[in-house]
Design a protein around this ligand. Structure first.
Ligand code: 3PG
Length: 214
């Protein structure tokens, strides 16, 4: 997959909803009800982090939920990329970028939303042909003001800020012209899933899905 095709896919999924829920799922049994609640609430794009032993099985289960577009987060290595693709992930998200990881995503046809934290890293992705990236960790790296400043020299680069984003600050990001959507774990926190509060997760998803983009 070319960087241009990966970027086009990233733009497409980022246009489907203003928020991509970042999911840390501990039990496969939570996968289906969680995905159904999020999709019903208006958030079809789901990022399952590869941070639990069952994450790949969770991706397999969520990929069967109608209306969802399931990706794998926390991609660190080529093995992660291969496993995510085999499990049915439609896209990948990484906290940072390395040439090895970017090449693996291209080789395995997995569109990558690669994490960058600095203008130099964003320039490296632009050089390679990517014009959509994750901005991570967003709040710790200067938040919306930093991203606003990125737009001066790099107006062609667009972002999905993630890390420290919540309902309290999400509008600061979504109002920026270089932000396509935001990622965050607040919509479906593990404690809500553990308690089986699918209705609350759906409500949180609905609130997030109704956010306006600038
Ligand atoms: C993460 O690292 O888990 C994601 O970036 C989400 O961050 P958040 O929990 O601050 O939303």
């Amino acid at each position: 997959m070319t960087p241009q095709d990966a970027s086009a896919f990233s733009r497409e999924i980022c246009s489907l909803a203003p928020v991509i829920p970042v999911l840390v799922v501990d039990e496969v049994a939570q996968a289906e009800p969680m995905a159904e609640a999020l999709v019903a609430g208006g958030l079809p794009v789901l990022e399952v982090t590869l941070r639990t032993p069952v994450a790949l099985d969770v991706i397999r289960a969520m990929a069967k939920v109608k209306g969802g577009v399931v990706g794998a987060g926390t991609l660190l290595t080529p093995d992660d990329v291969r496993n995510a693709k085999e499990a049915g992930a439609k896209f990948g998200v990484s906290p940072g970028i390395t040439p090895t990881l970017v090449e693996a995503c291209e080789a395995h046809d997995l569109p990558l939303l690669g994490g960058v934290a600095t203008v130099g890293e964003a320039m490296a992705m632009l050089e390679r042909g990517y014009d959509v990236c994750k901005f991570f960790p967003a709040e710790a790296n200067g938040g919306a003001p930093a991203l606003k400043a990125f737009a001066g020299p790099l107006p062609q680069m667009h972002f999905c800020p993630t890390g420290g984003v919540s309902m309290d600050n999400v509008n600061d990001y979504l109002s920026l012209p270089n932000v396509l959507c935001c990622g965050g774990s607040w919509v479906a926190k593990p404690d809500l899933a553990k308690a089986g509060k699918w209705g609350e997760i759906e409500e949180r998803a609905r609130a997030a899905s109704q956010l306006k983009r600038g």
